[in-house]
Design a protein. Structure first.
Length: 177
């Protein structure tokens, strides 16, 4: 399957090469080629084993967007409804075991931007979880003052009923990060 739209000589040659390799694999080696997964395309448009290749000054590996999406879904499972009655340390331990494996799998990635974005997103989820654990405004106020937030700012934030506004605004100090 050829995914290029332009009809240059290089494109024609790559499509011809793909069809001849497919014929060789199917006829001589008796292998079945999955035509939905096999394609001639730019490396940045394809993913392989969870990685994709960037097209910048030089080719570099990064986690594919689908892989990041799947990891976010798994993190949502760990920090979502299941985490509500649990100790925050238990949630962090389970999250660490998953993330250690995920980061080790993608350790070959050279583009670190997706790791930074995922890190910020995870920290925000954990702040949200802590905020939900501190149910009452009085508890929220006490905990925030203990963590070093100024009293007036803590009082204003503790009175906010929203569970996502405060974690997004980073009213909680960096010690929770």
């Amino acid at each position: 399957m050829c995914l290029f739209e332009t009809s240059t000589w290089a494109v024609w040659w790559s499509c011809h090469l793909m069809s001849s390799i497919t014929k060789f694999l199917e006829r001589n080696l008796k292998l079945k080629v999955n035509r939905t997964k096999s394609a001639v395309a730019k490396p940045s448009e394809r993913k392989f084993l969870g990685y994709t290749v960037t097209i910048e000054r030089k080719a570099r590996l990064k986690p594919a967007s689908e892989s990041v999406k799947w990891s976010k879904d798994r993190i949502r499972q760990i920090t979502g409804q299941r985490a509500r009655g649990r100790n925050i340390q238990g949630v962090i331990e389970e999250l660490n075991t998953y993330l250690r494996g995920w980061f080790n799998y993608f350790r070959l990635a050279e583009v670190k931007q997706s790791f930074d974005i995922l890190d910020h997103w995870i920290r925000r989820r954990l702040r949200k979880l802590m905020w939900r654990h501190w149910k009452k405004p009085k508890t929220r106020y006490k905990k925030m003052v203990q963590l070093g937030v100024k009293a007036d700012r803590a009082k204003k934030a503790a009175a906010d009923p929203g569970t996502m506004r405060v974690p997004h605004t980073c009213t909680l100090p960096s010690q929770t990060d």
